[in-house]
Design a protein around this ligand. Structure first.
Ligand code: B16
Ligand code: MG
Length: 216
């Protein structure tokens, strides 16, 4: 049976969370409070605007919509400074092998990310032209766990949802895949991602053996 893959970006293809963290931490510092790596976990898979709201909540800071706009631009400008220095060395372990395997077996794949910077990031790491379709933060109106991002991805791939396999590191992403009636592969802690169809501790788990197991 024909299948396709849909990949989340941050936490699956590359670790951009560390750059988001640096930029959000600076922003918090400028507002006079600490923003920790633990806080950063709350922002994974969450949209930029929603991330700022969570951060302001942590710092107990209330500001106008206009100021929010200014802060979002400042945060993204700093973040893009890090992104612009990214290279193919930052592709997470196992992902190059997986994409080569999919290409060799004529299995199509799309991106399904909340990031508005997704095309730039893929270009920086040399993967932009490998994907049959891209769905990013500019294309969706409803954030994960809503299935919209993955359903658009399936449509762009011309595939039925039940024949799509989603790779996700965030719980909300796994929930979105399940709500779309897709197979889900969670990347991370199995206890945490217990709603996923399959769980891998990290992306290096995409071995030929694992792929054979899930393809049948
Ligand atoms: P941007 P993903 C998400 O990427 C990140 O996990 C999340 O931390 C970020 O806030 C969001 O993208 C939006 O990113 O500011 O670049 O539009 O995991 O959905 O690929
Ligand atoms: Mg992610």
């Amino acid at each position: 049976k024909e299948i396709a893959f849909i990949f989340d970006l941050d936490g699956v293809i590359v670790d951009t969370a560390k750059y988001h963290f640096l930029a959000w931490r600076n922003l918090a510092q400028s507002l006079g409070f600490e923003f920790t790596e633990e806080h950063n976990e709350l922002l994974k898979g969450v949209s930029r605007v929603r991330s700022l709201e969570i951060l302001l909540n942590i710092g107990n800071v209330t500001i106008s919509d206009e100021e929010k706009e200014t802060l979002l631009i400042a945060k993204n400008t700093e973040y893009l400074g890090y992104v612009n220095k990214m290279t193919s060395d930052e592709i997470l372990p196992g992902i190059n092998n997986l994409l080569n395997y999919l290409d060799d077996n004529n299995i199509k794949y799309a991106l399904g990310s909340a990031s508005k910077n997704a095309p730039l990031i893929l270009e920086k790491v040399g993967l932009l032209n490998r994907f049959t379709a891209l769905v990013d933060g500019n294309d969706v109106s409803k954030a994960k766990p809503d299935p919209e991002v993955f359903l658009i991805g399936a449509k762009k791939l011309n595939m039925k949802p039940e024949n799509c396999i989603v790779v996700e590191d965030a719980i909300a992403g796994v929930e979105a895949a399940n709500a779309a009636n897709m197979v889900s592969i969670g990347i991370g802690d199995a206890e945490f991602l217990n709603e996923a169809t399959h769980v891998l501790k990290d992306t290096s788990g995409f071995t030929a053996e694992f792929l054979k197991k899930i393809m049948n």
